[in-house]
Write a protein that binds this ligand. Structure first.
Ligand code: KG4
Ligand code: ZN
Length: 367
């Protein structure tokens, strides 16, 4: 059995989780997230130094709350995990320095985790949802500590990343395609700002996109690079198309039906591109499992439509999605990634002294 305490402060959530691993089964004993949305909403985006100040204020209360919720003390913790990149340096530093201090004081090993590795491993948290998602029998046979679910094709969609990643085994990543400009989440946020829907944009655009279309747009929005002969993406042109549409129809921005139609079309354009490239990549690489990861994986249309496309085109491929609370930034995903790193990577003895060595890296690479 192993108890992991994890911290995540790479952007605008101060998060601490406590995860218990017992014979390959995971239980999240606490998953505390203190969000700074209200603070950054005033600025229309995350301000790094303000984020850092908030993390500093919240980090110890969040750790306290997590230990209380799990009914544990520092003595019960076997391993400390922290996001050490990529992300905003002032924000990352608070989590990393706190984790290093706790590791030194509590004499516990410390492990640094790549934020996107955390998002990917959120798929391995045993979830209530598992019984409800598609191709269930195959998912059940995808035991965490065997190789049955590999190779995995993972579509990573967050505020900073849009990537298609192949995992031939645990903790190995081959990026087969990525965005050439904006990340999907970033495009959602910018479109929300253009349409006056506030921050964060993803959930706001998704909310507006629901319901029956009452306004018909003159022309569809572009599906950038959908036909390109590779697995890369581009979303800045799509965002610019929304900007031109909004400029051309300035008066209509007050019309809820117009805004709703733009959101629906934008979201559909995003889904079409992401899904078509993922299915094409799957046909080339023949994964046993397709996974979705990152904040945009909370988007219910993307979850649903990707599931349907897999069922139709690749009925033998399992489909795994994280529970929505583990889609957006949280620390449970960092703990589970740490558990796998601890188990599979040699040299864990070095983790004892990692409080001396661990560094933050804004551009940390996934490897
Ligand atoms: O992974 P995440 O929480 O933070 C980063 O690592 O970047 O992703 C945040 C991004 C934001 O751009 C946010 O607008 C987007 O995820 N997002 C969504 C939804 N929920 C969050 N985008 C579309 N639909 C959603 N429901
Ligand atoms: Zn994230």
């Amino acid at each position: 059995m192993q108890i992991i305490l994890s911290l995540e402060t790479s952007c605008d959530e101060t998060a601490c989780a406590i995860l218990e691993e017992k014979n390959g089964d995971f239980s999240v004993l606490a998953n505390i997230v203190s969000s700074q949305i209200a603070l950054h909403a005033t600025w229309g985006g995350v301000v790094p130094n303000l984020a850092a100040r908030e993390h500093l204020k919240n980090i110890m209360p969040v750790i306290d709350e997590a230990l209380k919720k799990a009914r544990l003390t520092s003595k019960d913790v076997d391993l400390i995990a922290v996001t050490n990149g990529p992300g905003l340096i002032p924000a990352l530093l608070i989590g990393v320095e706190t984790a290093k201090t706790l590791s030194y004081l509590w004499k516990k090993p410390l492990i640094g985790i790549h934020h996107i590795e955390g998002h990917i491993y959120a798929n391995f948290i045993n979830s209530e949802q598992e019984s409800r998602i598609k191709n269930q029998e195959k998912i059940n046979s995808c035991s965490l500590f065997t190789d049955h679910c590999f190779p995995i094709l993972c579509l990573v969609v967050s505020g900073g990343h849009t990537q298609l990643v192949i995992m031939k085994k645990h903790l190995t990543y081959e990026i087969i395609g990525e965005t050439q400009d904006d990340a999907v989440g970033e495009a959602f946020d910018k479109v929300a700002r253009i349409l006056g829907l506030g921050y964060p944009g993803g959930p706001a655009v998704a909310k507006e996109a629901t319901g029956v279309k009452k306004y018909k747009l003159e022309a569809p929005l572009p599906r950038p690079m959908i036909k390109s002969d590779n697995f890369n993406f581009s979303f800045s042109g799509l965002k610019t198309a929304v900007l031109y549409l909004a400029k051309k129809n300035e008066k209509l921005l007050k019309n809820k039906d117009f805004v709703s139609a733009v959101c629906q079309e934008f979201q559909q354009a995003v889904c079409d591109v992401l899904i078509s490239k993922t299915i094409r990549a799957a046909k080339k690489y023949n994964p046993k499992t397709i996974m979705l990861a990152g904040g945009v994986s909370a988007n219910s249309e993307l979850r649903r439509q990707l599931g349907e496309a897999i069922k139709k085109d690749l009925p033998d491929t399992a489909y795994r999605i994280p529970e929505t609370k583990y889609s957006i930034d949280n620390a449970a995903m960092i703990a589970i990634a740490a558990s796998f790193r601890y188990k599979f990577k040699k040299g864990t003895h070095k983790l004892k002294n990692n409080w001396k060595n661990l560094e933050t890296n804004a551009n940390l690479k996934l490897n």
